[in-house]
Design a protein around this ligand. Structure first.
Ligand SMILES: C=C(O[C@@H]1C=C(C(=O)O)C=C[C@H]1O)C(=O)O
Length: 261
């Protein structure tokens, strides 16, 4: 299976133009998308009926499940999941694309297609993250709430699965360091090799600052030094420290384990 796909065009000697710097630039830009999506979701209170009631006749799941499934169905038809940067939350039974196939550069090892940790991302988002940054309450805006959740989920999923690209460029930069740990399936060794603590500290500080800048009320009068942010910056920093970075690194390890298949 993997061999057949390799013969369809994956060639790891071809330069993708990707470097650790360009990959990190993409992660930095994705921070903006993530923080804005959280700010948008924070406009609404928790709105728990979005998650714990079935509303749609003939569909037994929650409203958010319905919206995510239906949207993914539509987006699959127009090719969203042909892009190796995108991963569906409900990958079963997605329709084929109806639009012409776009040739994305084959940067990743074909085995990477089997890595999708969206189940964990879904659980983390709804059970741990959401209650930390939205107010309690119910304003009835369930459909808009679910649409905002989808934006957040897609942004978080893209960032975390971007670990595949991070791992690929790290491997290409130093195959001699990674190969022994891959061959012995040494997850801990791989984790050590790919970890840059200083970079992680910078990421956490930067997203905290961005949340402060993006989420403040902009007024034309004197700048109020006591700004109240739309999303608590320390929650954003915690989101990265406790979940985004560890999950991205899990994806990196999973990718590397398959890198020599
Ligand atoms: C993504 C990278 O790999 C690891 C994960 C990081 C992250 O998720 O932000 C940051 C540094 C590394 O420990 C990277 O090196 O940039």
């Amino acid at each position: 299976m993997v061999e057949a796909e390799v013969s369809l065009g994956w060639d790891d000697s071809v330069s993708s133009g990707m470097t650790l710097d360009t990959v990190r630039d993409s992660l930095i830009r994705q921070e903006d998308t993530i923080i804005f999506s959280l700010i948008e979701r924070a406009k609404f209170p928790l709105n728990s009926p979005t998650y714990n009631q079935s509303w749609v006749p003939g569909f037994s799941g929650s409203l958010v499940e319905f919206i995510v499934k239906q949207t993914e169905n539509l987006q699959a038809k127009v090719g969203r999941y042909e892009n190796p940067e995108e991963h569906p939350f409900f990958p079963d039974d997605l329709p084929d694309t109806v639009v012409p196939h776009f040739e994305y550069p084959k940067v990743l090892h074909p085995a990477s297609a089997s890595i999708n940790i969206n189940k964990d991302i879904w659980d983390m988002y709804f059970n741990q993250l959401l209650p930390l940054f939205v107010a309690a309450g119910d304003d009835g805006n369930y459909a808009s709430t679910a649409a905002s959740d989808l934006q957040c989920l897609q942004a978080l999923s893209k960032r975390i699965h971007y670990g595949k690209f991070v791992a690929e460029v790290k491997f290409r930069d130093a195959p001699q360091d990674y190969e022994p740990a891959i061959r012995t399936k040494d997850k801990e060794g791989l984790m050590k090799l790919l970890t840059f603590e200083k970079v992680e500290e910078m990421v956490k500080k930067r997203v905290e600052k961005k949340a402060m800048v993006f989420g403040q009320e902009v007024t034309l009068g004197n700048t109020d030094t006591n700004v109240k942010c739309k999303v608590d910056p320390s929650v954003v920093s915690r989101l990265y420290g406790d979940w985004m970075i560890p999950l991205t690194k899990d994806v990196e390890v999973e990718y590397l384990l398959r890198r020599l298949d």
